[in-house]
Design a protein around this ligand. Structure first.
Ligand SMILES: NC(=O)c1ccc[n+]([C@@H]2O[C@H](COP(=O)([O-])OP(=O)(O)OC[C@H]3O[C@@H](n4cnc5c(N)ncnc54)[C@H](O)[C@@H]3O)[C@@H](O)[C@H]2O)c1
Length: 352
């Protein structure tokens, strides 16, 4: 039987894209899936489950989203385009910003152009933006109308891409939906990100390193909640979602220090009294451009699409810990990439 739809996912050899690919493939096995990924240091072909990698209705295309010709050929075959590909690590963007503007902005321009050229056949273009575009919250909960005050090169590049997609919607009426996820976590997330770094440090018996005092807050969701939001945005009637921006987050802040404590508790495996809270060090200065508070108002996606967060932080954390415990061969080879050297004010080099 011919597949009824073709879905193109860029960057699906990374953390979120590979999860969403698995989620869609499981729920819509009759569709055809194309993945375009440049396999940067953050991509890993092993992230694509082998049952998908070997399926006749799956094709992996090794290539760059900046390659207009390749992108155009793939978009021409697709009904749904989900654009994840990007450089994604805030700290790395402070260390070296160029790849961020190239992949995140120019790459998005290539994808948006291709969608504009094929807007008769592309039904939906989901652009994965980020809550980092907002910067530090001006009010306790940030809705989609919060001003965009990006505070790092990564956030600035993603803000450029986010506004580019909106401008292409306004100019060419591309069927775009912009999703702004807050912080996500789950299996296969790169070790440079805070939760995998803490979990693997615990497995290795190392102290956990927290930036500054660890009081800065983030809004963390388990990645399956985002996958569900993307599916809803992909399948909703166009009139409800096209040209719209949707936050996806838990709607609650958690301090980085508290995450470290919870991971220590979960991984100690015993009573609270056995936890050695001195086993992590608050020894690293605050990162330049650090955003202090960051919590989602998800009222819009709840109202329009009936989406609700379903996985509690603790439940998501348990599933994530189980995955890292069971997949040491996946992360061992990435250990050297856990820290990035950056220059702080005053010219001091710190490892973040
Ligand atoms: N992880 C989070 O908490 C989070 C939160 C909000 C938004 N986002 C956004 O979600 C998307 C996915 O994030 P992630 O955490 O899965 O990232 P990731 O770093 O794990 O994966 C990124 C993927 O994109 C690929 N890629 C990078 N540059 C490319 C290029 N020029 N051409 C083709 N492929 C390229 C990489 O090889 C990798 O497979 C990104 O757009 C990111 O900005 C992530």
């Amino acid at each position: 039987m011919e597949p009824t739809k073709t879905v193109l996912m860029t960057g699906a050899a990374g953390f979120i894209g590979s999860y969403v690919l698995d989620y869609f493939f499981t729920r819509h096995p009759e569709w055809r899936y194309l993945v375009l990924d440049a396999l940067t240091y953050a991509g890993d072909f092993r992230n694509i489950p082998s049952r998908i990698a070997s399926a006749p209705n799956f094709r992996f295309i090794y290539g760059d989203v900046r390659n207009a010709k390749v992108v155009e050929q793939l978009v021409a075959q697709s009904h749904i385009v989900i654009h994840f590909a990007a450089e994604t690590h805030v700290t790395r963007s402070i260390h070296d910003d160029s790849p961020f503007f190239e992949s995140d902005v120019i790459g998005t321009q290539r994808v948006a152009n291709a969608v504009a050229a094929h807007r008769d056949t592309v039904e939906r273009f989901i652009h994965i933006s980020t809550s980092e575009v907002y910067g530090t919250a001006l009010q306790p909960l940030m809705n989609e109308d919060h001003p965009l005050i990006p505070q790092s090169p990564y956030a600035a590049a993603k803000a450029g891409a986010d506004r580019l997609v909106m401008a292409y919607y306004l100019t060419y009426k591309i069927p775009a939906v912009i999703i702004r996820p807050f912080n996500m976590f789950g299996p296969r997330q790169h070790l440079e990100k805070v939760i995998p770094r803490f979990i693997t440090s615990c497995i290795l018996g190392e102290p956990l390193t927290v930036h500054g005092t660890g009081e800065s807050q983030r809004d963390f969701s388990y990645v399956s909640d985002l996958a569900r939001a993307i599916e809803l945005a992909a399948l909703a009637p166009a009139g409800l979602v096209v040209g719209e921006v949707f936050n996806v987050g838990a709607g609650a802040g958690i301090a980085i220090r508290q995450i470290a404590e919870l991971i220590l508790q979960e991984m100690a495996g015993g009573a609270a009294s056995e936890i050695n809270f001195t086993s992590y060090a608050l020894n690293v200065g605050d990162r330049p451009g650090q955003v202090f508070r960051h919590t989602a108002d998800t009222g819009k996606i709840q109202r329009v699409l009936g989406w609700q967060p379903e996985v509690s932080f603790r439940e998501g954390l348990r599933q994530t810990i189980d995955w890292y415990r069971a997949n040491e061969d996946w992360w061992r080879s990435k250990l050297w990439m856990r820290v990035v050297p950056i220059e702080t004010e005053g010219g001091k080099i710190e490892l973040h």
